[in-house]
Design a protein around this ligand. Structure first.
Ligand code: PLP
Length: 386
């Protein structure tokens, strides 16, 4: 169906941070399949693990125990300090799971019409519940009636959340991205998550973090919440988890981990052996190759270099990010930059109309980053000079 306006290029091969199109032209990939291919393209350990798993067992369904799923669950909950996990196949599904869990949690505590606080400029997916939760009219328009049970507040505004607590007794949870991705790489004040944690504790609400984009090393830690001193009740993952093999996850802790009972939620494909092999290998390689450290250092280096390159540009509003989630906000719409970069053999993205976004693989090296910075900076300067 006509759901995408695609760029005029077809990639047929990838290796590390490089892609090749069907004409043999090589591209530097600073987007990694939208924060998915953290290990770069076709990491040999991942390719090997997938081949082995494909030749052993691909799918059995959740009617039976799945050894790889249990292994991945132990690994993930260990890294996150959470209690249990439900596996699905995408970010939208992971958030859908969180929303259902919050509603059931509400009903179990005597709230008949449970509501969830969500943020302006958020993005949580394209299913009916997750597009309702998203703070972007473009995502919702034409799909009304939307769901009820969501209350929207500005991002990075604790006061707005506190006020709702006083007036609305139906709130059961807050759903928020620790760093907003699609909304323009927005980084909240340092104490934002802590503030939300305190409010949630005070009112027995679930703090539900959408780490679909920020998780799995992208921020320079396993999960973005680990930059603050708190833990969520619920965390959702997807994008980087399977390095391109579809897998999503919804992790829970404490009371939230006890909410679902058999029959409440399910997925045919969720957590199958092949997807779990991909995720296990992804986590193993990130740990073995110190990729968190690389993401943290390289991200800081890239923002610093962009700041130097673009210091004199009045049209650059802000350079921001955390780890390898990097946004450069310009003063005007800049979607054209994506095509211009493509012509020069570089993959970048523009989100929220004015924000140039880079989401490189966690394996990117400094000389590769330098090349991406050189091309991007020059394009931005020329674009602003027009
Ligand atoms: C991409 C994204 C989603 C949706 O994930 P899909 O796998 O496309 O359904 C949800 N939340 C955030 C923060 C995302 O970046």
């Amino acid at each position: 169906m006509n759901t995408y306006s695609q760029l005029p290029v077809t990639f047929i091969k990838g290796e590390g941070v490089w892609l090749w199109d069907d004409q043999g032209k090589r591209y530097l990939d600073a987007l990694a399949g939208i924060a998915v291919c953290g290990l770069g393209h076709c990491h040999p350990q991942l390719a090997k693990a997938l081949c082995e798993q494909a030749g052993t067992l691909i799918h059995t369904s959740n009617l039976y125990h799945i050894d790889k799923q249990e292994k991945l669950a132990t690994q993930l909950t260990g890294l996150a300090g959470m209690d249990n996990v439900y596996f699905c196949n995408s970010g939208a599904e992971a958030n859908e799971t969180a929303i259902k869990l919050a509603r059931l949690y509400g009903h179990n505590s005597g709230v008949d019409l449970p509501s969830i606080i969500v943020m302006e400029r958020s993005f949580h997916g394209r299913s009916m519940a997750t597009l309702t939760a998203s703070g972007n009219r473009k995502v919702q328009a034409g799909f009304e009636p939307l769901l009820t049970g969501f209350v929207r507040v500005p991002y990075n505004n604790l006061e707005a959340v506190s006020q709702i607590a006083v007036s609305n007794k139906n709130i059961v949870a807050v759903l928020v991205e620790p760093y907003q991705g699609e909304g323009g790489v927005n980084i909240p004040q340092k104490k934002y998550l802590q503030g939300l944690r305190e409010i949630c504790d005070q009112y027995d609400w679930l703090l539900m973090l959408d780490e679909v984009q920020s998780g799995i090393g992208r921020s320079g830690k396993w999960f973005a919440f680990q930059h603050s001193d708190i833990k969520p009740d619920i965390m959702t993952l997807a994008k980087g988890l399977g390095s391109g093999v579809a897998i999503g996850a919804c992790l829970a802790r404490g009371a939230a981990a006890e909410v679902f009972k058999p029959g409440n939620h399910a997925s045919t494909f969720g957590g199958n052996p092949l997807a779990c092999a991909a995720a296990i290998t992804t986590l193993d390689v990130i740990a073995e190759d110190s990729l968190l450290d690389n993401a943290m250092k390289l991200g800081a280096y890239m923002r610093q270099r962009f700041a130097e390159e673009l210091a004199k540009e009045l049209g650059v509003v802000e350079i921001r990010g955390q780890g390898l989630m990097i946004g450069i906000e310009l003063s005007k719409s800049c979607g054209d930059l994506v095509k211009q970069a493509l012509a020069q053999g570089l993959l970048i993205n523009v989100t929220s109309d004015k924000v140039v976004r880079l989401l490189p693989a966690l394996v990117m090296r400094q000389e590769e980053a330098d090349k991406a910075i050189d091309i991007t900076s020059k394009l931005i300067k020329d674009f602003l000079a027009d």
